[in-house]
Design a protein. Structure first.
Length: 144
């Protein structure tokens, strides 16, 4: 049986801005990772180096501009959570002049990996909210 995590955060920015911070490699690197190759169309690659030793890899399965993204996900060189083993779904919902970001990460192999990924997503969703609203989230304390 696999585990699923869910996370939500409100961002003080329009859906189109938040969508750009999830799909434009230059904007992505303002809040997460050190190198990104992103091809936001079904079948396109999702490749994000978090550090010199950790790279997430997947493939987009669904892209509905400013509303929804879905892509397979996993870590290169990781037998527990290999590339393509999970599915990330992100819905952007207009709310009070901003955007509600609703994330679901399914296909995690066990409770420990769900907890590890929950910690990571909570950290990076806060950084996304700051960056997309025009702020500077500062150095990434998770991968220094």
């Amino acid at each position: 049986m696999t585990e699923t995590l869910r996370s939500e955060i409100e961002v003080a920015a329009p859906q189109a801005t938040v969508f750009a911070f999830l799909t434009d490699p230059e904007k992505i690197l303002r809040w997460v990772g050190t190198k990104a190759t992103i091809e936001p169309h079904p079948g396109g690659i999702y490749l994000l180096a978090m550090s010199d030793t950790q790279t997430a890899r997947g493939q987009f399965t669904e892209v509905i501009p400013v509303h929804r993204l879905a892509y397979s996900f996993g870590w290169e060189g990781n037998e527990t959570v290999p590339p393509g083993s999970g599915l990330i779904e992100i819905d952007l919902v207009e709310k009070d002049g901003g955007t509600l970001v609703r994330l679901t990460h399914g296909g995690l192999p066990n409770e420990q990996e769900r907890a590890n990924h929950q910690k990571g997503w909570d950290h990076y969703m806060r950084r996304l909210a700051i960056a997309a609203a025009g702020g500077d989230p500062g150095p990434d304390s998770m991968h220094e």
